[in-house]
Structure formats: structure tokens, C-alpha cells
Design a protein around this ligand. Structure first.
Ligand code: AMP
Length: 193
């Protein structure tokens, strides 16, 4: 069964990364979201892959919603967006992003991106939401993250079923297809023995 994803929250780097492929695929993803009539929710920045993605959405006639804390808003320049929510702090920003979205995707990024990805993954595992969480594994960027998850399973700190919450693909089209047919994982978090 496929589930319509109306709004996707995308976490990605505030830098461009080493190779042009990162920004090229961020742009391609933006264009594809517009063609599927999917709205973007993101951190509201104009820099790095965040800016690239938001500009691609806006250039292609789509809908991009930014959610940015006041402190960051005052520091940085902005892309012209469909809507920008200015919130008090990082915690409010995250709840707003979660509330507005039907699913989450991480693109390559730094520690901010990994933190945001890991948080939505953790929340799913604990049953706080049942929305799909995807990784766009451009240039195999996330291979080591995925390996770490397998290591957690092997060492009995993570259930295989919970590891499988994370949907990953190197191709934006296939990733979104997989996310649309995702079935939430509803098993208890804890490994007893
Ligand atoms: P990183 O992956 O470390 O580059 O951090 C990316 C995350 O940091 C984003 O998803 C935002 O939460 C936040 N961030 C960093 N720089 C900015 C910016 N200029 N505007 C808005 N958010 C930012």
C-alpha cells in the first residue's frame, strides 16, 4: 500500500560537501519533489545543501517552508521561501518541523544533520511517531552510519527490526517510492536478554 507524502522534512548540510554530486542531487531531489507536488519543510537556511535544495524547490515553482530559531535568523541571509516560521529556540524548531511533516529524509551533512536524523529515528523506535525516515545515500556518504547500526544490532543494543526503520537509497526517486510503501515498526524497544 502506498501512503501519500504531502510534506517532507529534509535535513541536510549547511555546507556543500567536497564533490559537486552532493549539490547536484540536492537540486534534482528538489525538482522531483515539486513534480510530485510534495512540499518541503527544512531548517530555513540559505547556505550549503540546505540553500541549494530550497532554491531548487522555489525555482521549479514548488512550496518550501523554513523553520528557523530567532537567533539563527538574525545571523544569516535568507532564501525567499513560501513560508518562514521564526521560532524561539532549537527545541521549538524541531517540534514545528515534526508537526508539519509526513516523513523525514537526511541528505549528507555534518553533525547537525546526523543529530536531526538520529533524533527522528529514536522517536520512531520509542513509538512517538510512525512516519518514514529515509537517508539519501549520495556517494555512499552514510555507509559508515549504516555500518554502525549493524554493529549495534550485533552487540545487542538495537533490534534488527528497529534498524530497518531507516530506509536508504542512493537514488532520490527510489527512496521516495520506498518511503511511500513503508510500514511503521511497532515492536517494543528493549532487548531483554
Ligand atoms: P550541519 O549538518 O552540521 O551542517 O548542520 C545542518 C543543520 O544545522 C541544519 O539542518 C540546521 O538545523 C542547522 N543550521 C546550520 N546552519 C544553519 C543556517 N545558516 N540556517 C539555518 N539552519 C542552520
Amino acid at each position: 500500500m502506498t501512503k501519500r507524502l504531502n510534506t517532507l522534512c529534509i535535513f541536510c548540510g549547511s555546507s556543500f560537501g567536497r564533490i559537486p554530486e552532493y549539490r547536484e542531487i540536492a537540486r534534482e531531489l528538489g525538482k522531483y519533489l515539486v513534480s510530485k507536488d510534495i512540499k518541503l519543510v527544512y531548517g530555513g537556511g540559505n547556505v550549503g545543501l540546505m540553500g541549494e535544495l530550497a532554491r531548487s524547490i522555489m525555482d521549479n515553482g514548488g512550496h518550501a517552508i523554513g523553520v528557523i530559531p530567532k537567533r539563527l535568523y538574525e545571523k544569516v541571509e535568507h532564501v525567499s521561501l513560501s513560508k518562514l516560521h521564526i521560532v524561539d529556540d532549537m527545541h521549538q524548531r524541531k517540534s514545528k518541523m515534526y508537526e508539519l511533516s509526513d516523513g523525514f529524509i537526511a541528505l549528507p551533512g555534518g553533525i547537525g544533520t546526523i543529530e536531526e536524523l538520529t533524533e527522528v529515528f529514536t522517536w520512531h523506535q520509542l513509538g512517538y511517531h510512525n512516519k518514514p525516515v529515509g537517508i539519501l545515500n549520495i556517494n555512499n556518504y552514510f555507509d559508515n552510519y549504516i555500518k554502525l547500526l549493524s554493529h549495534m544490532v550485533k552487540e545487542k543494543f538495537l533490534k534488527e527490526e528497529h534498524k530497518n526503520i531507516i530506509i536508504h537509497d542512493e537514488n532520490p526517486y527510489t527512496l521516495i517510492e520506498k518511503m511511500e510503501s513503508f510500514k511503521p515498526v511497532k515492536i517494543e524497544k528493549w532487548i531483554k536478554d
